[in-house]
Design a protein around this ligand. Structure first.
Ligand code: PSU
Ligand code: MN
Length: 306
């Protein structure tokens, strides 16, 4: 292995990691392919401020100029938000992007991979990828789940969107040995909604308890990551039946247009935004901020555990 050749960690982040200080990784696909421009610009900068305010250091990841970037400059954040010629990079795409110098936004899977190479254990996002509805025919299962099975990073999310089959997603995670913790909830949240109808086996009520579980998992040598489901704050939650209707409409359109593979998630996200006239975007921003806040608290507690 020759990781140093490819890994480019901002000095402030490298120092924090070396000193065992709290660092929170952030993905860039949420910027390039998950949120519209220019709202994503405000988000990209705000989310980093929120993490700093909690006493942790933000580390947004991307692939730029043949490097795995850990921490982006203001210009690089803007580049990811403008998203001109910025690909969506999952694990299978990493080597191609490194070798060709193409610019890539990192998904949950790739952000976990890069965070782990850098030594970062906590990552905040919006929602994870999962088993798609109809996966028994399409075999479309996000590489995020396989990464969670193998890579030691705790991912703080608002669950996953109902564009996915949440029941099969949870089954898959169970098979792969990935703990799914509900933060102050007994149910797996469904992104815009605090509930999904899927009960979780584990609930953690404090960041300290989550940090303790992370420590136990990795100290005992269990490989892989974990999912922390953090429900959207009450005041921004959307009505479950309303969102189910919107998502069914978006799924129908995707089927009519024959959208598949890596394009399906970005397609559905854009459709949901159009169909809800921006209401969903406001919720999306707030749940992601909320996840950044919790991830920072977990990173602080985990740094204290060590
Ligand atoms: N779900 C969202 N917003 C997102 C994504 C998922 O609500 O932006 C992005 C994340 O980067 C996630 C990726 O890792 O989509 C999953 O894509 P796929 O289903 O193609 O694996
Ligand atoms: Mn897929």
């Amino acid at each position: 292995m020759n990781i140093e050749k490819y890994l480019d960690i901002q000095p402030e982040i490298a120092e924090a990691i070396a000193a065992g200080k709290p660092v929170v990784a952030l993905e860039s696909t949420i910027l390039s392919h998950g949120m519209p421009f220019p709202e994503n610009m405000e988000f990209a900068h705000n989310v980093e401020k929120i993490i700093r305010a909690e006493g942790a250091i933000p580390a947004t990841t991307a692939i730029i100029g043949g490097k795995l970037k850990v921490g982006l400059s203001s210009d690089e954040l803007d580049l990811m938000c403008k998203a001109d010629n910025v690909g969506k990079v999952s694990r299978r795409d990493v080597a191609v992007y490194l070798a060709t110098g193409k610019t890539g936004a990192t998904t949950v899977a790739t952000t976990m991979l890069i965070a782990s190479l850098a030594g970062i254990r906590v990552f905040a996002t919006g929602g994870i990828g999962g088993v798609h509805r109809g996966a028994e025919h399409s075999m479309d299962i996000s590489a995020d789940l396989q990464e969670l099975a193998n890579t030691p990073v705790a991912v703080v999310c608002a669950g996953a969107k109902m564009i996915l089959d949440l029941g099969l997603t949870l089954e898959y995670l169970e098979t792969q040995g990935v703990p799914v913790l509900g933060y102050q909830t007994d149910e797996f949240p469904s992104f815009y909604c605090r509930t999904s109808g899927f009960k979780l086996d584990f609930r953690a009520d404090t960041p300290e308890m989550i940090a303790k579980i992370m420590k136990a998992k990795w100290e005992v040598g269990l490989k892989g990551g974990m999912v922390i489901g953090n429900p959207i704050p009450e005041e921004y939650a959307l009505d479950y039946d309303y969102m189910s209707g919107i998502i069914n409409e978006a799924l129908k359109k995707a089927e009519e247009k024959g959208v598949r593979g890596k394009n399906i998630t970005p397609f559905l996200l854009a459709e949901i935004k159009d169909l809800t006239g921006g209401v969903a975007l406001a919720s999306n921003l707030q749940l992601a901020y909320n996840n950044a806040r919790l991830a920072s608290k977990i990173a602080v507690a985990y740094a204290d555990e060590k």
